[in-house]
Design a protein around this ligand. Structure first.
Ligand code: GRF
Length: 201
């Protein structure tokens, strides 16, 4: 049986696309059966629909509180028999109550080499702005398990990317995506989903 995967998104969904492409090339032994967005306008939803993947939208605005939002999310994930959750640009911090329900079953991609430039407040372009402001010469991306500490779960894989003269946050963000995120996330998803398959989960 293939591991049933849900991908949680909020934005453009290029990392989701990398996962869909990997699945198309049969590089993913799991199957993406659901894409959930907390943003009804996320282009990631279009990518999912084009790939024939079921979508759902769950917003905090609609559910009123973090607890109610997470309860709805859990209900949808349970209804679909989800075994592995991948956060691919999901712009919401999940509570300990939620993450503790899925130990080593939630992956996240972060656009830096953790423990640098990570944790609360480090998202989107801010991560790359901080890396350039510090003056590091190497940055990259990290895939990690998600626990109650933002960007604090066990590291699964990392890939380095060199900073180049003249880099802006936007240029660096694009290079980190192309050279690291879109390669690393499908590989890590495959590693974990194959492990779950092997363990008969
Ligand atoms: C990526 O940089 C990812 O590392 C971060 O959010 C961004 C999402 O981009 N967590 P996309 O929606 O996958 O294009």
């Amino acid at each position: 049986m293939k591991t049933k995967i849900a991908v949680l998104v909020s934005g453009g969904g290029t990392n989701l696309q990398a996962l869909i492409d990997a699945q198309g090339k049969t590089l993913l032994s799991g199957e993406i059966v659901l894409v959930v967005s907390n943003n009804p306008g996320a282009y990631a939803l279009e990518r999912a629909k084009k790939a024939g993947i079921e979508t759902a939208v769950v917003t905090k605005k609609e559910w009123g509180s973090q607890a109610a939002f997470e309860a709805k999310l859990k209900e949808i994930l349970t209804d679909h028999g989800i075994q592995l959750i991948i956060l691919a640009g999901f712009m919401t911090i999940l509570s300990a109550e939620f993450t503790s329900c899925y130990p080593r079953r939630i992956l996240n991609i972060h656009p830096s080499l953790i423990p640098s430039f990570c944790g609360e407040g480090f998202y989107g372009l801010r991560v790359h702005q901080a890396a350039l402001a510090y003056g590091v010469k190497v940055t990259g991306a990290t895939v990690h398990f998600v626990n109650e500490i933002p960007d604090g779960g066990e590291i699964i894989a990392q890939k380095a990317v060199y900073i180049q003269p003249g880099d802006t946050p936007e240029i660096l963000q694009r290079r980190v995506m192309e050279q690291a995120e879109w390669v690393l996330l499908p590989q890590a998803a495959e590693q974990v989903s194959a492990e779950l398959c092997g363990a008969g989960v």
